[in-house]
Design a protein around this ligand. Structure first.
Ligand SMILES: *Cc1c(COP(=O)(O)O)cnc(C)c1O
Length: 380
């Protein structure tokens, strides 16, 4: 049986050499290579300022603090997302208010955001689902009109383009993930892009105990032992070893992006004749690009098999799949916490019919033919 795993990372062999040079340098934690990675990453997406952290979850947490989220505030967030974006809203003592998504892009519906704004609303969290850009012009306008902060969960959106600009090149806090399965990986890691020097300094300090100096300033060549604690901060720094992974992948990022888009077109070609499937679309905005982090398909109501049975059948055929996402508002914790009656019809319909297929640089045409063959056999 030809097996196709759900994911296989593609780490350039040269990474080992770069990691060795970090170890040989005697400085393995946050140091010069993290700074270089921030700068190169920032150049790639034309971001203003970038701060590297230990994960996207940490990036989101720090963004909420920098945005001044406090007890009693309400935060608008799509329910169709990963739980890391929401947990720190709750830790801040704020209330998540769930919004529905758009049927075509599966990103948050700006009309539903508008309907749910009240005096307590403080921020909007946006997720660029699977690498599809959310409709940022509409969302940024709502934010400006209502004086709200926008935080973008861009875990899927490295090299997503929206109306001529990369995601990360905006006035918002934009949080990226370099988790093992993401389009650019440092095993674990994250990045926040922001606009002002003040925001950058605050985020940097918060990521390192809230103290006035970085560890390289204290223990590097200056060896300046003094520091001052300015905020109750966290330990969310990225290490030079992680940055070594990122630095070795960045030069190939555009090539990998093109490869994924080509694989998506193969899927589309082979699956277009199956009338029981809804395939993902390209961004419905001018001069925009999907990052193709995930390739998700949906089953139409005409199909005889359920989504869960289909996953089982594909697994028996040696094909790994997944489901993104189990909506927040259906999970035990959030059902208890939520103050609002939640009716999110599109989110629920999409969740029950969606399935993520393998998509990564090393996927071959043979792999895709094998997946498509199994799908056409079972999704009838
Ligand atoms: C992966 C992911 C995260 C979390 O990223 P980490 O770097 O693992 O903290 C957050 N949001 C979304 C949408 C994700 O897919």
């Amino acid at each position: 049986m030809h097996k196709v795993p759900f994911y296989k990372p593609n780490i350039p062999k040269s990474t080992i050499k770069r990691i060795k040079s970090v170890i040989d340098s005697g400085w393995i934690t946050t140091g010069p290579l993290v700074r270089e990675f921030e700068s190169e990453f920032g150049k790639t997406i034309e971001a203003n300022r970038c701060v590297a952290v230990s994960s996207c979850t940490a990036a989101l947490h720090l963004s909420y603090i920098a945005a001044g989220l406090k007890p009693g505030d309400e935060v608008l967030i799509p329910s169709f997302a990963f739980c890391s974006a929401i947990n720190f809203i709750i830790h801040a003592g704020a209330t998540p208010v769930f919004c529905d998504i758009k049927e075509d892009t599966l990103c948050v519906d700006s009309d539903d955001i508008k309907r749910k704004i009240n005096k307590k609303t403080k921020a909007i969290v946006v997720i660029h689902f699977a690498g599809m850009p959310a409709d940022m012009d509409a969302i940024n306008k709502i934010a400006r009109d209502n004086k709200l902060v926008v935080i973008e969960d861009a875990a899927h959106a490295f090299l997503t383009k929206y109306r001529g600009k990369w995601i990360g090149n905006s006035k918002n806090y934009v949080c990226f993930s370099f988790y093992a399965t993401k389009n650019l990986t440092t095993a674990e890691g994250g990045m926040i892009s922001c606009v002002t020097e003040e925001q950058e300094n605050l985020l940097r300090r918060l990521s390192s105990h809230g103290i006035s100096k970085s560890s390289i300033e204290r223990y590097g060549s200056g060896n300046d032992w003094e520091y001052d604690v300015l905020y109750p901060g966290f330990k969310y720094n990225m290490t030079d070893i992680q940055a070594a992974f990122g630095m070795e992948q960045l030069p190939y990022a555009m090539r990998a992006h093109t490869k994924r888009a080509r694989l998506v077109n193969l899927y589309r070609k082979y699956l277009s004749s199956n009338e029981n499937l809804i395939l993902p679309i390209d961004p419905p905005f001018e001069d925009s690009e999907h990052a193709w982090h995930l390739f998700t398909i949906r089953l139409k109501s005409t199909v005889k098999i359920t989504r869960d049975e289909l996953i089982k059948k594909l697994k028996e055929s040696g094909i790994g799949t997944s489901v993104h996402f189990i909506p927040y508002h259906t999970q035990t914790l959030y059902k208890k916490l939520s103050h609002y009656p939640q009716k999110l019809p599109i989110t629920e319909r999409v969740y029950n019919s969606i399935l993520t297929l393998p998509l990564y640089e090393n996927l071959t045409e043979t792999d895709i033919r094998c997946i498509v063959g199994a799908l056409n056999k079972w999704a009838k």
